[in-house]
Write a protein that binds this ligand. Structure first.
Ligand code: SF4
Ligand code: SF4
Length: 93
């Protein structure tokens, strides 16, 4: 029985340390819009719970922009939602 508890403990610790490592790594990254690929479908905007992205319209087209980069947690949720390869995570400058 002790072996089971120890195994569960190890799995939980690995999960915690994995999450901490991912968060630390993501702190240095931010989402970026590849405007040429963006179709303005709004999927990313609906998906981001931190309201980082916004839609803008210029003379020729409508597309997403990163309005509040400081709020971005680099979670990648919007990235997996975009079907047009118009989002990428980049290093913060
Ligand atoms: S999901 Fe992709 S294509 Fe759609 S608005 Fe966002 S960045 Fe543009
Ligand atoms: S990476 Fe996460 S926090 Fe950043 S814009 Fe996308 S969904 Fe929002």
């Amino acid at each position: 029985m002790n072996v089971v508890y120890i195994s569960i403990g190890i799995v939980v610790l690995l999960w915690i340390f994995g999450n901490l490592h991912r968060r630390r790594k993501n702190r240095n990254r931010v989402i970026c819009v590849v405007e040429n690929n963006c179709t303005g479908c709004r999927r990313c905007i609906k998906r981001c719970t931190r309201h980082v992205l916004e839609m803008v319209t210029d003379e020729t087209e409508i597309h997403a922009i990163v309005r509040y980069p400081d709020k971005c947690a680099a979670c990648g949720d919007c990235l997996v939602t975009c079907k047009f390869n118009a989002l990428k995570l980049v290093e913060r400058v």
